[in-house]
Design a protein around this ligand. Structure first.
Ligand SMILES: NC(=O)c1ccc[n+]([C@@H]2O[C@H](COP(=O)([O-])OP(=O)(O)OC[C@H]3O[C@@H](n4cnc5c(N)ncnc54)[C@H](OP(=O)(O)O)[C@@H]3O)[C@@H](O)[C@H]2O)c1
Length: 303
């Protein structure tokens, strides 16, 4: 198969080359990949991989061989797939519990944008409990996880406060359902019920201070790369929670993927594709993502 191979000497550490075809287990479908997506976590660690390794989590395509155990969809079904197995290739073997069927109206690129970012946003919001009329802050709201979190939070009835780095990054956030858009946590003066934090560093400590009694911060990412310092005694005196988020690597993400696909098909969720191009432009996409110039997801069409 053709694949995006890790290559430390290539721009952004990626080049297209040949790799062995995957050999599906009995529980896996073989998928001919049509579109893939990049996540911050994938591309920021590509240079840590051995040369020749194939990475990626998000891919959408067509079932080329059904799972031998009879689970999952038949050959020819359009699907979106999730998981840590190599996704950035023309072929992907994926457990049938980690895919969802795509209706004809959902484009492969829109579907490829969903898996990691959409499932992370959905799962992290669920950790905050019922959200009707609850104030919820989302940092890194301009990014992939952030734009799904803003939309899903608003769908759940939350008063969503989106935090972006600069005005160009904030484009479209109100239309997605943000009740407020701010550029610094200092602009938030009332306590909040919950926060999804993609940025870490000083923002995490500031979010902690904003929490109402029984509020929670879900720490998803640390895109700032900065340490967080909690002032002495700030962790005492008010009941509140800091929860470390771990993605759904344990499996069984198919139903959540199907839910998100359904929202896209119904026009209730937008994949927010901020960069799209052929996978021969992978380095350009990775550099745009890492330099905070992709509003939402970077999606690559696989030739
Ligand atoms: N725990 C998990 O399972 C899990 C799952 C998915 C993602 N993550 C993590 O969650 C974070 C968000 O992921 P993503 O895919 O949404 O990434 P993304 O699309 O690149 O978004 C990252 C966001 O962080 C903000 N940011 C603030 N300071 C930054 C800095 N110094 N460098 C880069 N971005 C900065 C950016 O917004 P502005 O430019 O507007 O400030 C951007 O919107 C990442 O850290 C990722 O590794 C974790």
């Amino acid at each position: 198969m053709r694949a995006l191979l890790a290559d430390r000497s290539a721009p952004a550490g990626l080049r297209i080359g040949d790799a062995p075809d995957p050999v599906p287990t009995a529980q896996e479908a073989l998928v001919e990949v049509k579109a893939i997506a990049f996540n911050y976590g994938d591309v920021s660690h590509v240079r840590d991989l051995s040369d020749g390794a194939v990475s990626g989590w998000d891919a959408a395509g067509v079932v080329a061989a059904a799972a031998a155990d009879g689970s999952g969809p038949p050959v020819g079904t359009r699907v979106v797939t999730f998981g840590p197995g190599p996704a950035w290739a023309t072929l992907r073997a994926v457990p049938t519990g980690e895919l969802a069927v795509l209706p004809d109206e959902v484009d492969f690129g829109a579907a490829a944008a969903l898996p990691v970012a959409g499932i992370t946003a959905l799962s992290a919001l669920r950790r905050l409990g019922p959200l009707l009329d609850r104030r919820v802050v989302i940092t890194g709201a301009a990014g992939g996880v952030g734009r799904f979190a803003v939309q899903l939070g608003a769908l759940a009835g939350a008063h969503v406060i989106a935090v972006a780095g600069r005005p160009e990054r904030a484009k479209g956030l109100r239309e997605l359902g943000a009740a407020e858009v701010v550029f610094s946590l200092d602009e938030i003066t009332e306590p909040v019920h919950g926060a999804l934090d993609n940025v870490g560093g000083p923002d995490l400590a500031a979010l902690w201070e904003l929490l109402a009694v029984d509020g929670a911060v879900i720490s998803i990412g640390a895109a700032s790369g900065e340490p967080t310092v909690f002032p002495a005694y700030s962790t005492i005196g008010r009941r509140r929670r800091l929860e470390s988020f771990i993605g759904s690597v344990a499996g069984g993400n198919g139903p959540d993927l199907a839910y998100l696909v359904g929202l896209i098909a119904a026009g209730r969720l937008d994949p927010q594709i901020g960069w799209r191009g052929g996978w021969d432009r992978a380095a350009e996409a990775a550099e745009a993502l890492l330099s905070r110039n992709v509003n939402g997801k970077a999606v690559l069409d696989v030739a």
